[in-house]
Structure formats: structure tokens, C-alpha cells
Design a binder for this molecule. Structure first.
Ligand code: HGY
Ligand code: MN
Ligand code: MN
Length: 416
């Protein structure tokens, strides 16, 4: 049982993360949306890291960075390891990038130990996990299982730029998407390491944990249209105030998400027009994000939210449109890969704990290609989607050692 370490792997992980954290589209904070200039730079840096680790690497037509290590049997079903390098606005530096960097550190470690895996190993750095720029759903990872929705190409960001145009500007190729789809028979599994983005591991004083299942997510874009008017002259009873209506709707969303302990519902974005202090708001564009481990519960919750918001719109004389663009199912992780991760966690002297994921991950999409499993890493105060997001070098090291053990077991190869 290898419970001591010189932390060299943890330090290597932190160094590679530092290299990626430099790439942001905004000065003074980390924002790296899909297909942005910072995403391009981060993809190039990831490509360099992969090549320096000896991986045969390229950037695919949708911007995913792919690094491949050959195996003793080049035709054996490959093991995939990955996560994402896109971020939310004003993000932390560990969400997504940790899993990519750990895949690279595993490749470096196998090579340093002279181990040729029995099968090929691929490291994947996806670019559209947050879906924070376009109305998509894990587009770059779903492309690997042949489930890319062509309608995503016509989706626009808040500046009216289509995904297709952004992809071409990025150096991607909309015509190459079909070629990204992989044959499921050629893959034995997908492993993703990710920060927990919640408080449980810290509360249990555990550096790592194993994901049992990933919650389902509904996302929608909504618009309420009222009537602009003079804030000083229009009587309160004669207004069609779009923002006052949305304020009531946000209360509806919050109450719906609070009815059970395992559901959540959030309005994360609200853009007010015309947005002047003395003008009654005419229009509000806002978003809905609703989640549950049970898809029937989630669908019923969303139906309740929509019907109550429609009633509120009717009472207030405003119009409401709600356009769902994501219905991501709750996904259990693969039982055999979970057992393998539990065994690997045991080798570093940690008691394995299974826990659900409230956050979505590329593993949801990858589970439609091959068996998928995730290892969570403790993060301080459970904070994420926040620049205060942090992990310790010791926990980064623990995660690296667990992943190396799990990969060695899954690709038991002969020393060179
Ligand atoms: O929103 C999520 O669950 C993930 O961070 N994209
Ligand atoms: Mn993530
Ligand atoms: Mn995230």
C-alpha cells in the first residue's frame, strides 16, 4: 500500500495547470469560452504538453485536443482519459483542466517507468463542456459518439456569432465533424478526474471519491416582453414591466428547485432592455438550469416551472417564450470501472467513497460511446465556478497516484 509520496506528481499537475491558467479572454480573471482566442491558445498549449509527454497529438475539427499513446497491441480497444479546457465566466483554474492535465501526467509517468500499456491510451481535452457560449450540450464530446446535433452549428452567442462562424475562425472544420465519430468497439472505457465542486469530500476528510451517477440537466433560454414606459409617469396598475415579471418567475424557479433536497433550479443569466434607470423594462432574456438525479422528477419540476411562469405572464400582460436547448439524462457510472477506481483508491490508503455528481461532465456524453467513470478530487469549501476554487498539491498528488494505479490495472502491459 503506497501511502507516502514525494508529491512530485502533484507538483507536476500544479505546474501544468499554471501553464493553462494563463489563457484567458478577460484581463484579471479567467474566462475561456468555447472557440475563443484564449481557448485556441489553451488548445495549443495542451497540444504542446501532450507532445512533450510523447503523445501523438492533434486538434480535431471541433477543437478537441487529442493525444494518443500506442499500446503493445495497437488494435486493442483503447482507454480514454479526459475532461475539458473551456471555462465559465470568472472561473476557477481546476474545473475541467485538472482532468486533462492528469491524463498527460499519467502518460508521462508510464513513459518514465518504461511501461508500454497493453492497449492504446488517448488523452482528450474537450472544448464545449460548459456550454456557456452557445446553446449546445457537451457538443465536442458527443461528437465522439456520433451524436453531434447539426443544429448546434447555427446556435448564436450573445453577440450574434454562430458556432459555425466561430469554429471556422478558430481554425476548425464544420465539414469534418462526422469524421470525429468513433467506433464504440474500439474503446474499453473513459476515465475523467474532476474537482468535486461540492463539500462532501472535505466534510469526510477524503482527498478523492468515486462518482456513482451524474445528475440530469434541463437548460432553457427564456424571454419576457412587456412595454417600455416612463418610470415617473406610468401608474403601477398600468404597467407591463418585464423585469418585475421575471422577478416573480425567479421566485417560482427557486421554490420549485427547493421542493426536494435532491433537486436544484437556477436563473443564472438575466439581461434587461433597455436597461435605463428611468425606463420601465421592456424585455428580459434569462436562462433556466434545472437538475435532479431522477429524470421523471426533473421533467415534472420543469413542467411546473413553465406552467406557473406562463400564468404569471398572463396575469401581468407580458409575453413569455421558453426554449429548452438541453435535456441531459441522469447517467449512472460504469460498475466495473467504479470497482477499478475503488481498488486504486485503496492502494494509496484512502477509504473509497461513492458520491453523486450534481454537476454535469463530459463523462455524460462519453458514456454514450463506452463505459465511463469519474474520480472526484476534494476542493476547498466545495467552491467552484468561482476564482476561489482550489485544491491542495497533496490532493492533486493523491489523484495522480490513483489514476496511474487505475490505468496500469486497466492496461496491464509488459515493461519495455
Ligand atoms: O454546469 C455544470 O454542471 C458543468 O459545470 N458544466
Ligand atoms: Mn467541469
Ligand atoms: Mn464547470
Amino acid at each position: 500500500m503506497n501511502t507516502t509520496s514525494d508529491l512530485s506528481l502533484g507538483r507536476r499537475v500544479m505546474a501544468l495547470l499554471d501553464g493553462l491558467a494563463r489563457h484567458s479572454d478577460e484581463p484579471g480573471r479567467l474566462t475561456r469560452l468555447y472557440l475563443s482566442p484564449a481557448h485556441r491558445d489553451a488548445a495549443e498549449t495542451t497540444l504542446r504538453f501532450m507532445r512533450e509527454a510523447g503523445l501523438d497529438s492533434h486538434i480535431d475539427p471541433l477543437g478537441t485536443v487529442v493525444g494518443r499513446m500506442s499500446g503493445a497491441d495497437p488494435d486493442a480497444p483503447a482507454l480514454l482519459i479526459g475532461s475539458h479546457i473551456d471555462t465559465v465566466v470568472d472561473a476557477g483554474r481546476f474545473d475541467g483542466t485538472l482532468g486533462v492535465v492528469l491524463g498527460i501526467v499519467v502518460a508521462e509517468t508510464l513513459r518514465a517507468e518504461g511501461i508500454t500499456p497493453s492497449c492504446p491510451i488517448e488523452v482528450l481535452a474537450f472544448g464545449d463542456e460548459e456550454n456557456a457560449r452557445f446553446p449546445t450540450n457537451l457538443s465536442t464530446s458527443y461528437a465522439l459518439s456520433g451524436r453531434y446535433n447539426p443544429a448546434w452549428l447555427d446556435g448564436q452567442d450573445q453577440d450574434g456569432v454562430s458556432l459555425r462562424d466561430a469554429l471556422i475562425r478558430f481554425g476548425g472544420d464544420p465539414e469534418g465533424i462526422a469524421g470525429i465519430a468513433r467506433n464504440p468497439a474500439r474503446y474499453k472505457g473513459y476515465l475523467e478526474v474532476h474537482i468535486e465542486q461540492g463539500p462532501l469530500l472535505e466534510a469526510r476528510n477524503l482527498p478523492v471519491g468515486i462518482v456513482s451517477a451524474i445528475n440530469g440537466i434541463t437548460r432553457a433560454r427564456a424571454t419576457v416582453t412587456g412595454e417600455a414606459g416612463h418610470a415617473g409617469t406610468v401608474p403601477m396598475t398600468m404597467r407591463r414591466d418585464a423585469l418585475a415579471a421575471v422577478a416573480e418567475m425567479i421566485g417560482i424557479v427557486e421554490r420549485a428547485g427547493s421542493t426536494r433536497t435532491d433537486t436544484v433550479a437556477t436563473v443564472g443569466v438575466a439581461q434587461v432592455q433597455p436597461g435605463a434607470i428611468n425606463v420601465i423594462p421592456a424585455r428580459v432574456d434569462f436562462t433556466l438550469d434545472a437538475r435532479s438525479p431522477d429524470d421523471a422528477v426533473r421533467h415534472a419540476m420543469v413542467e411546473d416551472i413553465v406552467s406557473e411562469c406562463e400564468a404569471a405572464a398572463q396575469r401581468r400582460g407580458v409575453s413569455l417564450t421558453i426554449e429548452p436547448f438541453m435535456d441531459s439524462p441522469a447517467i449512472p457510472m460504469d460498475k466495473d470501472l467504479i470497482l477499478g477506481l475503488e481498488e486504486a483508491v485503496g492502494t494509496i490508503g484512502v477509504t473509497p467513497l461513492r458520491l453523486p455528481s450534481g454537476a454535469g461532465h463530459d463523462a455524460v456524453a462519453m458514456a454514450s460511446l463506452c463505459p465511463a467513470a469519474m474520480l472526484f478530487v476534494r476542493c476547498k469549501d466545495g467552491i467552484s465556478h468561482n476564482p476561489a476554487e482550489s485544491i491542495t498539491v497533496e490532493d492533486a498528488d493523491a489523484a495522480a497516484r490513483v489514476l496511474v494505479e487505475a490505468v496500469k490495472k486497466l492496461t496491464a502491459g509488459a515493461p519495455r
